[in-house]
Design a protein around this ligand. Structure first.
Ligand code: INI
Length: 170
């Protein structure tokens, strides 16, 4: 048996993307945003097809992402933030709510909402994950957004899904 394998293409041409960027730890989140824009540009997205929405902190990302996804204007929403563990439990609340809320925004809207929030123990660790040339989580999140956006389009368009369903019905 050789099951058909579906992959989302790494091609952003003609797709529209929203980036939700947290201003908390802005020196680092701005690097994540640059990485994300760089990835989208390299994969063929047009300048007019990428918009950035800034929020105060990572805790505010999920609501903004959900509202943006609900507009139907974007093929994917890319969420960027940096949460660094302090000496209070605040880290766990902020990081946990961001992760859960981002996932929830995707599931409730059906629009890909991807997680590009760096969670780190130290500033050094966080800095390493917001690299200028490599190791940039914003870049990786944008790649994932393009791939999943194309995969979901393929699910809707693929005839073989219908053929299998008909064969089942007979
Ligand atoms: N927000 C972050 O994005 N990163 C952090 O490290 C952080 N810390 O450490 O507190 C943080 N807090 C702010 C939070 O996201 C909200 O903006 C704030 O609580 C208002 O709702």
């Amino acid at each position: 048996m050789e099951p058909k394998i579906h992959n989302g293409a790494l091609n952003a041409k003609g797709l529209r993307f929203a980036i939700v960027e947290s201003r908390w730890n802005e020196l680092l989140t701005s690097r994540l945003a640059s990485g994300a824009v760089d990835a989208l540009e390299r994969l063929g997205a047009g300048e007019a097809d990428v918009e950035i929405f800034k929020v105060p902190g990572s805790f505010e990302i999920p609501l903004a992402a959900k509202r943006i996804a609900e507009t139907g204007r974007f093929d994917a929403v890319i969420c960027l933030g940096v949460v660094i563990r302090g000496e209070t439990p605040h880290f766990d609340f902020v990081a946990g709510e961001a992760a859960g809320g981002i996932s929830q925004a995707a599931l409730s809207t059906g629009v890909p909402v991807v997680f590009g929030v760096v969670t780190a123990d130290t500033v050094e660790q966080a800095t390493n994950r917001c690299g200028v040339k490599s190791g940039n989580k914003g870049y990786e999140a944008a790649m994932a957004a393009v791939e999943i956006a194309n995969l979901l389009k393929a699910v809707g368009e693929d005839d073989s899904v219908g053929v299998t369903a008909r064969q089942h019905a007979v």
